[in-house]
Ligand binder design. Sequence first.
Ligand code: ADP
Ligand code: MG
Length: 568
Amino acid sequence: MNTFENIGINKDILKGLSSLGFQEPTPVQEEVIPLMLEQKIDLVSLAQTGTGKTAAFGIPLLQLTNPKNRQTQSLVLCPTRELCVQVARDIKAFAVHVKGLEVLAIYGGASIEQQIKSLRKGIQLIVATPGRLNDLINRGKVDISGVRYVVFDEADEMLQMGFQDELNAILANTPSEKNTLLFSATMSKEVAAIAATYMKNPVEVTIGKRNAGAENVRHEYYMVHARDRYLALKRIVDNCPNNYSIIFCRTRQDTHEVANKLIQDGYNADALHGDLSQAQRDQVMKKFRSKNLQLLVATDVAARGLDVNDLTHVINYNLPDDIANYTHRSGRTGRAGRTGISVAIVHMKEQFKIREIEKKIKKKFKQCRIPSGEEICKNQLVSLVDIVKNVAVDHDQIDPLYAEISEKLGDLDREELIKRFVSLEFTRFLEYYKNAPDLNVTHGVKKQQTRKQRVQGESPKNSKHKQKFTRFFLNVGRRDGILPQGLIGKINGVPGGGRIKVGKIEIMRNSASLEADSRYTLQILDAFQHVKINGKPVSIEVARNSHAASQSKHNGTRQRKGRKFKTA
Ligand code: ADP
Ligand code: MG
């Protein structure tokens, strides 16, 4: 067994690690730590999520930092506030016994004055999101001219979120004599672009297979009609009574809607996305980590890199547009040697995406049947009985009341008593799943439900208002490296943009089209003004016949047939 001591970690840091229960380095740490300690190199390190990348760079950064010098010596850049807070928290924990070493998280949404005050102390290691750091640089409140190490954590996400300009500005304020390191789960275009732009002959350390899905994750998919997506989600959740899951949606709007529906339907759910205030986001994460929240509905960006153990499922409510994100999503489960399940809810036209993902992760999905109401009820019942069997009884409190209870229940025999207690907890499920229809779609054969079933059973409510979509046409496409998230990110970036519903996005070779809420047409046109992709100025216009073809249902996920555009 290799130890942190063997790979050259000093005493003070060892103490911190051992109080965290870190006994031996993980493979990525074993590779990266000695490299960073012994050589001055630029580095691209690719390892699956959950393999300990934070410590792989955090530990050597600490050791390479001189606590006696108050200058900022290391800079870690993260795409989201949550990740920033988490990485800073981890590095602080490694450094608790290192005297005089200050680590600070700098991110938007929190008080800038407080951050400025903390910076005055002299912070040797800054963990930052690009937006806020850039802001502080512009105000002259942070000096990174003496930085010797820059780390990009989850680098690709930063580019996808459109932080390119901020990154350029930040890097321009660092000395050219420094080492730049990048950590990611997957090798993507963005990772390659960062390596090419900001690094000098980077050494590449790849642990495990490139882009491989985590070994102990099972991949399953359920095929339903698009309109039944939400009902399918509920069944999947209901079928696993101790469910503790992240549910991924494509846009903030979907995230918001799915979380709200779940809450209305009595689930312990909440949403995590960029429209929430920092305080709200912190609160949601805290509840989720402490398991006071069972279902976290999140966007890719909000949940990227978050380290939460013990998840039972990762649920792809929608498959991500970019397959690399599937790896990131499914890597959220099956951590720390446990097994996890990554579930995708797809409709028929998305089946090809499953095949694409299989190719990429080199693993097969198992197609599963959406459980019937009866199966779910049985599972729930068994779980309820288990809970009753294992409940701790506080005899001191109960015994004095027992005589009274016993008298009241005196005329019920055992069988009657059991039935009543089960009904008490369980009627909700029995009622809900009474006459529940089969949601499975089998090989294109549409199972007809009777109208009565749909009405009595689970008919999706709330499809009253149709949303008007406008289709936009852009002069950039796959060849220019644009991705759906990039477009969505740009739209989310306009004021109030999180509320803008995005419909179908099509990326062609030289052009792209996207649909979005018509009420925001001007803002969306504005958002793409003066935008350049790989040096090419982007032009955006409203597509002709844009309204006629674009009446989407309120969920915005309806697919339409036919391509209206020729490539430019
Ligand atoms: P990644 O960034 O690769 O997704 P993280 O750095 O978030 O992974 O680490 C995942 C989990 O593994 C964290 O809970 C972390 O505390 C734990 N961990 C990391 N390194 C070790 C180690 N050497 N021993 C035990 N646990 C570790
Ligand atoms: Mg990480």
